[in-house]
Design a protein around this ligand. Structure first.
Ligand code: PMP
Length: 344
């Protein structure tokens, strides 16, 4: 009998089916069982691989994209990286309009992945023709055979998680999940995953994570857009200064806000205690778990699944740099003692 060579056809076949990993030490003082859905196991090291592949393949099915066409998006973050990766394999050009605030490392990383990067001035309003929104829109209008991913306002972002992240969690927990905790940026992850899980069991609680400086929590509670909620913060990827249509506010039971400082310390704690090198928003997500636990949200029978969106390697010059932590004043308070205690 001929032995088959075991190999994947491309890196794209490794997207999704990420592991659920029990958190033993960081949750030692909490009631319940806590499991992380570790999205860094995607080949592009984040949950955004799922939406990049899904949205592009939907566009292909609908006949909007053919080889040689162009993918356009406005992000220097995880979505940009995932789109560039999928574009390489499928033979598309990838254009990313990014803000001049983006670090050189990020821009270099995207260019290394073959993307054409337009750096647009950060300090102009969204309706200025030089803003990255308008540059992306203009490039989309001018480029025949292009798709503008527009993840904040694209239902396919939600759909990607409804079809993959949700069913995976249901299967992995054998339907025993009681709570989902997820960060909200575009809202695609929490909304799509929750939609599937609530269809399977409407009693599952959906707990959102928002940042101080963002409008999402207040909008969820009042359905009003409150400008006073908006101020600068450091966590990248969660919270927003606008209301994305990709967020299904009705399906989310509660939001909680987490601080830059607590989230940073919790990210470092996860790495040191669980050996899981995850990013800043994974720290935010577990920080939210601690706060929800304090509010009495969980009991001994709770099976809580927390989405850890990306890998720690993207934050070497931030959360995982002692200098950066010091510059932010994150080592100034009593936390210093806590931080050092973790230096096992
Ligand atoms: N964490 C990180 C690091 C992200 O890049 C994002 C996406 N903006 C999120 C969390 C939130 O995911 P979503 O956009 O699906 O709400």
């Amino acid at each position: 009998m001929k032995e088959e060579i075991k190999a994947y056809n491309s890196v794209l076949e490794l997207i999704g089916n990420t592991p659920l990993i029990k958190l033993n030490k960081v949750s030692a003082d909490l009631k319940g069982n806590f499991y992380a859905k570790v999205e860094a196991f995607n080949p592009g090291h984040s949950t955004k691989d799922r939406i990049a592949l899904y949205i592009i393949e939907e566009a292909e099915k609908r006949g909007i994209l053919k080889p040689g066409d162009t993918i356009i998006e406005t992000t220097s973050g995880n979505t940009g990286f995932s789109l560039a990766m999928v574009s390489i394999i499928k033979g598309y050009d990838c254009i990313l309009a990014v803000s001049s605030k983006s670090s050189k490392d990020k821009i270099d990383m995207l260019r290394s992945m073959g993307a054409k990067v337009y750096v647009c001035p950060a300090h102009v309003s969204a309706d200025d023709e030089r803003s990255y929104y308008n540059v992306a829109k203009r490039l989309h209008e001018e480029t025949k055979g292009s798709v503008y991913i527009n993840q904040y306002f694209n239902d396919l972002n939600v759909d990607a998680h409804y079809r993959s992240t949700g069913p995976e969690i249901w299967e992995q927990t054998k339907g025993k999940i009681t709570h989902l905790v997820a960060c909200s940026g575009t809202g695609g992850t929490i909304s799509g995953t929750a939609r599937f899980l609530k269809e399977m069991n409407p009693n599952i609680k959906i707990l959102g994570v928002d940042a101080f400086g963002s409008v999402l929590k207040k909008y969820h509670e009042t359905r009003e857009f409150d400008n006073d909620e908006i101020y600068p913060y450091r966590i990248e990827g969660i919270g927003k200064n606008l209301i994305p249509t990709a967020t299904d506010f009705d399906i989310i039971d509660k939001f909680i806000k987490v601080s830059d400082e607590d989230s940073a310390h919790t990210a470092r704690e996860i790495v040191k205690k669980e050996g899981l090198f995850v990013g800043y928003t994974s720290g935010a997500a577990f920080q939210a778990v601690k706060q929800y636990a304090e509010d009495g949200e969980f009991d001994a029978d709770s099976n809580v699944v927390i989405i850890f969106p990306d890998h720690g390697s993207r934050y070497m010059s931030k959360v995982f740099s002692d200098e950066w932590m010091s510059e932010q004043g994150f080592f100034d308070s009593v936390n210093q003692e806590e931080a050092l205690k973790i230096e096992i």
